[in-house]
Design a protein around this ligand. Structure first.
Ligand SMILES: [Fe+2]
Length: 279
């Protein structure tokens, strides 16, 4: 790691870190290098008490790749690469299950970030689970069983996707099947990860008997949800989190109805999921 002034506080032994001693408006090259390294090591990094503009948020995210223009229309005058996750007052949040964004695409966003705008007085936490930790926690028998398998991902409508695409775009997306390895490989640290997602998106193991496939994916999806692999982010005003979307699942807790919750989001341009290289 480069030597800089940042402080790193692990959130659990396996994943998550709060990074202090930085102002995201003004980073030195050494701080930037350290932040990238901590993200690779910990899968999700949390910054507190950051007062930054939507423009600066998007600029900061260039550290991790190229931010995507993702929304149909700019929202609240924000740059096009700054999206909004907005649950309005008296609206129920319905994506309260463990999932990864975009696994139905050939190139899911490798990194995502959220920054607080409007929070309920309490609640609305987000949990993050490391798929690298989850892979490491599998039995040797299971690792061997899933090593050669690939799975089919396909989109279904969700609360956020409906706002983000036109009907025609969404119809075309729903017909598209995407094949990913069940065990991915992270070239940044050489670790394997268990590439599973909610059954909403992860449909079946390619070439496997449907009942066997359902039982296997159900077992793996439940395995990832073991608390040892995750941490819980309690939001406070001016909190920013960056996480490796393709190596994590996240769970937005829907316990704050009827209150409003609004977060700014930046997604990094997608990349294919790498399979484990042949020995
Ligand atoms: Fe999500």
């Amino acid at each position: 790691m480069a030597v800089s002034s940042i402080t790193v506080r692990p959130i659990t032994p396996l994943q998550g870190a709060e990074i202090g001693g930085v102002d995201l408006n003004d980073l030195t090259p050494a701080q930037e290098a350290d932040i990238c390294q901590v993200l690779t090591d910990r899968k999700a990094i949390v910054f507190r008490d950051q007062k930054i503009s939507p423009e600066r948020f998007a600029m900061f995210m260039h550290l991790f790749g190229k931010p995507v223009d993702e929304d149909l229309e700019p929202i609240d005058g924000n740059p096009r690469n700054v999206g909004v996750i907005h649950i309005r007052a008296n609206e129920k949040q319905t994506i309260n299950f463990w999932h990864m964004d975009h696994s139905f695409r050939a190139d899911p966003a490798p990194k995502l970030a959220l920054y607080t705008k409007t929070l309920p007085e309490c609640g609305g936490d987000t949990l993050f689970a490391s798929l690298e930790s989850a892979y490491d926690g599998l039995s040797d028998e299971m690792k061997e069983r899933i090593a050669p398998l690939w799975a089919i991902h396909q989109v279904r409508p969700t609360q956020n996707s409906r706002r983000r695409y036109t009907d025609a775009e969404f119809q075309a997306m729903m017909e598209r099947k995407t094949r990913h390895p069940l065990v991915g490989w992270n070239p940044e640290n050489g670790r394997k990860f268990l590439f599973v997602n909610t059954p909403v998106y992860l449909r079946y193991v390619d070439g496997m008997d449907p009942a066997e496939s359902e039982a296997l994916l159900d077992e793996l999806y439940r395995h990832v949800q073991r608390p040892e692999y995750s941490f819980r982010l309690v939001w406070r005003p001016d909190t920013l989190v960056v996480w490796e979307n393709a190596h994590c699942l996240h769970y937005p807790v829907a316990d704050y109805f009827p209150h409003e919750r609004k977060l700014l989001r930046v997604a990094i341009t997608g990349e294919p999921i790498a399979a484990v290289p042949a020995p």
